[in-house]
Design a protein around this ligand. Structure first.
Ligand SMILES: NC(=O)c1ccc[n+]([C@@H]2O[C@H](COP(=O)([O-])OP(=O)(O)OC[C@H]3O[C@@H](n4cnc5c(N)ncnc54)[C@H](OP(=O)(O)O)[C@@H]3O)[C@@H](O)[C@H]2O)c1
Length: 332
């Protein structure tokens, strides 16, 4: 099948290009970059030399209209200018931006801008919405923090066991995209951990939306941080439960919830390095005196973005969900 990527010069775009080289049933026929239009993909993404002969084109190029599915890997507020046009042409879309993750009114409030081209989408976590994704024309791929946080808490929320949960999350700096800024500047981050948007990060609304679908009265609190590494998100979810449960009982709840989910691995311990470069989400559960700690890790560029987008693509195009994604993590 023919695939297009709008925003192929950015981080998630180049990660889509990297991962799709491993997919046996699709071919990338259109990849956009306004800055690098006319250049070969490998001239910009040197690490992909030998894999693509394709040139970057404009996002408006007619090659996109020949695609079966297009990924929009552009900033929020920009995807909405492309997605409805693609849908009108009968092309399926996986949008990696935030433009279709929230209801219109909430999006406008949280992102502080008018949504000019709103359409309903399915929230793209296959472990929660597999059947709806199979039927979807538009999938809103979740944020990276949202993915790991929702996966960490969903099994407990489904049983309405959570009184309160505190999500303490640490991300590598690729989560901020490829444009340099003060925030990503090496001396500002090196040998440091930076806490930011302490109580009002935008992903909070996605986390709440999805967890409330499982447990209406859930209370969650989320604080993001960045560490001086390129990839990965580690979430420590401190959970204050309703009632008492033994560690084995907790583990059984997770085993049952994720029994058909290849990309969720229950571990006794979790390290970011165990998931690097892969679409896995590793989860470990610990029982303290007054709280349960669920530790979860993903690669923000893979399960937190492009890998999950391909997982969604597989479902939408009728392939096995794991096709092209059964890649072991890079270790060390
Ligand atoms: N990085 C992550 O870990 C991550 C995780 C989950 C979700 N996301 C989301 O995924 C999207 C892409 O993120 P990223 O990290 O890949 O960003 P990025 O590295 O900044 O890349 C953005 C891409 O979008 C293109 N672009 C920018 N404005 C455009 C426009 N108006 N029309 C067409 N193309 C445009 C840029 O290419 P040209 O300027 O060359 O055209 C570039 O290729 C964002 O919405 C982000 O929030 C990112």
């Amino acid at each position: 099948m023919k695939i297009g990527i709008i925003g192929a010069s950015g981080y998630t775009g180049s990660e889509l290009l990297r991962l799709l080289t491993l997919h046996p049933k699709v071919e990338v026929v259109a990849a956009s970059s306004r800055r690098f239009e006319g250049k070969k993909i490998w001239e910009v993404h040197r690490f992909l030399k030998g894999f693509y002969d394709l040139e970057f084109c404009k996002p408006e190029d007619s090659k996109f209209s020949e695609c079966d599915l297009v990924f929009t890997a552009v900033p929020h507020g920009e995807a909405m200018n492309y997605v409805p046009k693609l849908l009108d042409l009968g092309i399926k879309v996986v949008d990696l931006s935030a433009d279709y993750r929230l209801p219109k009114e909430i999006y406008e409030k949280v992102y502080g801008k008018k949504h000019l081209h709103y359409v309903e989408a399915v929230f793209g976590i296959p472990e929660l919405h597999r059947e709806e994704i199979r039927r979807a024309k538009l999938v809103a791929n979740p944020g990276c923090y949202s993915t790991v946080s929702i996966l960490a808490l969903a099994p407990l929320a489904k049983l309405e066991l959570i009184e309160n949960a505190v999500l303490d999350c640490k991300s590598g700096i690729t989560g901020a995209g490829e444009s340099p800024s003060d925030f990503t500047h090496y001396p500002n981050l090196h040998e440091s951990i930076v806490v930011y948007k302490v109580t009002d990060h935008r992903h909070y609304y996605e986390i709440l939306q999805e967890l409330r679908r499982l447990q209406e009265d859930i209370r969650v609190h989320f604080t993001p941080q960045v560490f001086p590494g390129s990839r990965g998100i580690l979430a420590n979810a401190h959970v204050f439960l309703r009632g008492e449960l033994k560690r084995e009982e907790l583990r059984k709840i997770y085993e049952d919830f994720y029994k058909d989910c290849y990309f969720i691995r229950l571990q006794d311990e979790v390290k970011l390095i165990q998931v690097r470069g892969s679409n896995f989400c590793d989860i470990a559960i610990f029982k303290g005196e007054s709280r349960v700690v669920v530790v979860a890790a993903i690669d923000n560029m893979v399960k937190g973005a492009s890998g999950q987008a391909i997982q969604n693509m597989n479902l939408m195009l009728g392939f096995d969900e794991t096709l092209g994604l059964r890649v072991p993590p890079m270790f060390p």
